[in-house]
Design a protein around this ligand. Structure first.
Ligand code: NAD
Ligand code: IPM
Ligand code: MN
Length: 367
């Protein structure tokens, strides 16, 4: 079977971190005989600059055909004043929605070498390995009605939180399936105390559990308390399943348990395609980091680990994914650090490309 990839580097540090992923993809082709048929295209502000839209229909169509999309990051101050429908972020949201990528897997793993770097104490984070499953195609991000409307002589900003039973059911199944391959525990987070959508969320997750996954341990938590528990004792969790907005917030919180937002990968998965592979897009959790863009400072690890997730979930190459993850772990153990992984007073950081060099060298050493 051909392995097809669409690479969308995007904006800001997106192209900088993606350049390192491209070298790693080539390494797997040269050294492991894993050939990828790669196409590169534009998304976000870069696409707006070229076509006047954050995602062209042609790029959208290509994304629907490939085995996996790899996305860098979108957005930046240059585009802040654009009409809402033209903003870079709309390109990313269109990809997620039209590919129906409902399950966004955001693992947060603390590499031992970084345990002292987290803003939390070593004890709290060392050995941490949790998985946030964020619903990605519905909820308040997409609910109607929405907009800025006139009401009683003033403007009103309007968004709607909306979940159907089927939408909750399918993301809950993804979380339970994942839990069975990990620590066999799911914690579902919502605000059933104040939101009807939260009440339904809790009911449906419980029903899916009771009917199909009684062997998995299930708990429920209000999402605000969940944020607190993530900082207090994150190792109590294995898989967390939550809605689109809470998942966005809680995964950024989880980033700091690992040391840096520059460390967190993600996989956005949909239903299986005809060839049995899930529709999929892989992207770091971080954004385009305008404050450091163009300076060669960005940490490419989140994007590189996103490619490792692609190897595992789209290409059935679990052993090669582990090889890549181990190479990253080795480099961190050797003390190689981009600027985001250093205390302000310690040592001199490596550049984005030097981090790529070090990971490639560790991959060579793994042969
Ligand atoms: P951000 O994630 O871009 O940056 C937050 C902070 O983390 C910054 O200080 C940045 O320098 C740092 N950081 C992020 N990634 C890093 C990396 N790989 N290496 C080192 N440091 C890193 O979030 P923001 O500043 O709130 O948003 C900037 C833009 O990115 C906005 O337009 C936003 O909409 C967009 N965004 C896009 C995505 C995406 O494309 N998936 C995700 C989040 C934000
Ligand atoms: C993320 C980002 C996106 C989101 C934005 C850029 C649309 O913050 O992927 O975490 O809110 O989902
Ligand atoms: Mn986010």
């Amino acid at each position: 079977m051909n392995n097809t990839l669409l690479i969308l580097p995007g904006d800001g540090i997106g192209p900088e971190v993606m350049a390192e992923v491209t070298r790693i993809i080539d390494w797997f082709g040269d050294k492991r005989g894993l050939k990828f048929d790669v196409t590169e295209d534009l998304v976000g502000g870069a696409a707006y600059d070229a076509h006047g839209k954050p995602l062209s229909d042609a790029t959208m169509a290509k994304a629907q055909e490939v085995d996996a999309v790899l996305l860098g990051a979108v957005g930046g101050p240059k585009y802040d004043t654009l009409d809402f429908s033209l903003k870079p972020e709309r390109g990313l949201l269109r990809l997620r929605k039209e590919m129906d990528l409902f399950a966004n897997l955001r693992p947060a793993q603390c590499f031992d070498a970084l345990a002292d770097f987290s803003s939390l104490k070593r004890d709290v984070v060392s050995g941490l390995d949790i998985m946030i499953v964020r619903e990605l195609t519905s909820g308040i991000y997409f609910g109607e009605p929405r907009g800025i409307v006139e009401e009683g002589g003033q403007r009103v900003g309007l968004n709607t939180q909306r979940y159907t039973e089927a939408e909750i059911d399918r993301v809950a199944r993804s979380a339970f399936e994942l839990a069975r391959k990990r620590g066999n525990k799911v914690c579902s987070m919502e605000k059933a105390n104040v939101m009807e959508s939260g009440i339904l969320w809790r009911e449906v997750v419980q029903k899916v559990h009771d009917e199909s996954y009684p062997d998995v341990e299930l708990s429920h938590m209000y999402a605000d308390a969940g944020g607190m528990q993530l900082c207090r004792w994150p190792k109590q969790f294995d898989v967390i399943v939550t809605d689109n907005l809470f998942g966005d917030l809680l995964s950024d919180v989880a980033a700091m348990l690992t040391g840096s937002l520059g460390m967190l990968p993600s996989a956005s998965l949909g239903a299986p395609m005809e060839n049995g592979r899930p529709k999929a897009m892989y992207e770091p959790v971080h954004g385009s980091a305008p404050d450091i863009a163009g300076q060669g400072k960005a940490n490419p690890i989140a994007c590189i680990l996103s490619f490792a997730m692609a190897l595992r979930y789209s290409f059935d190459q679990g052993a090669e994914a582990t090889r890549l993850e181990k190479a990253v772990e080795q480099v961190l153990a050797d003390g190689v650090r981009t600027a985001d992984l250093m205390q302000s007073d310690g040592g001199s950081p490596v550049s984005t490309a030097q981090m790529g060099d070090a990971i490639l060298a560790a991959l060579d050493a793994s042969l």
